[in-house]
Design a protein around this ligand. Sequence first.
Ligand code: PXP
Length: 392
Amino acid sequence: MTVHFNYTVDITHYPLNRQMLLQRSERLLQLLHLEAAEVSIVLMGDAEMTGYNELYRKKKGPTNVLSFPARQTDDGFVIPEAELGDVLISVDTAKREAVEQGHTLHRRLLELIIHGLLHLTGYDHERSEEEALRMWDFEKELFQHLQTSRSANMPYLAINVDHVATIRQARGGVEPDPVFAASLCELAGADGIVVHLREDRRHIQDRDVRILRQTIKTKLNLEMAVCPEIIDIALEIVPDMVTLVPEKRKELTTEGGLDILGNDKKVRKAIEKMAKAGIPVSIFIDPDASQIQAALDAGATFVELHTGRYCDARTIAEQEQEFHLIEQSAELAYESGLRVNAGHGLDYRNAGPIADLAFIEELSIGHAVISRAVLVGLDQAVREMLAIVRPA
Ligand code: PXP
């Protein structure tokens, strides 16, 4: 089963996860029981599509999709049986249609790929109404299958050690040291360490971040507000990534996602600076389509979806609603080409369902693990959380 994707236009600026589109196209061939088949899918612009539409259909202007079954050869050329043919798609038209329908480009392209592939296998919607209905029903069924057939997910676990520093700062001394804590987390199997260097330095100190940069063997994710002083420190230390968060002096912990729309210029500028230093940027956002779009527009590599409302839900119905929002947002962000992390408020009871969600790459967990560590030790607390996030 081979799907050849070709691009005759530069689609790097479209919000699209090409890998995911390829995976879903291959899954489509499986669903059609065409495991041995080969198909070529060409994504092009309107100008090129207009040429093909006029040449082969005698119609003016571009169209969204054209299919050319491989069997239709008129020069005696013998085509291997496995070759299904070509599906040509205009990304420009697909983009316009996606906007009109209020859907993502990924979703529209997937619909057009399904439509084109069904034509290659003999389905038709012009010969009779009955055949058209059969084709449209099957298209809907295939689309739904693709939405629900997801591969098992195994997210990474990053431990936030801020609260080790909180205990240290309670006495203004040197114990316990978040640097030692970070090493213990790594020894227990954590995939990364997160620290939030706040403007008020209430827990993590500059010295912690500097030493962690040298001692961490996995990945250092520096959480920070979009503020010039901390941006300069990040540029000097060069963590493996930064996560932009909102920060209020009076809050006990980060209270909600960053409103990118309301901080657009500042966020863009910060991301540009980080990009020059080779530091990927994640933005901590509420699970919301407009914030995902804003993160894309601002040039973020990741979003971290705020799980706080899901964790704080007081009823099962409320929790299900919040869970559903996170699930939908993770998919939307991922298919738009963003990498997706999640965190805040996750504990030993509520982290499992979030870890099971497709498209989430990493969970960032702090308070629950450090709290448990006080009673059972840090090594055990990390291992217990790992067993939930990545069950053996
Ligand atoms: N992600 C972000 C962006 C945060 O600000 C925090 C809290 O520092 C966390 C994750 C971890 O949250 P918790 O300590 O509730 O696990």
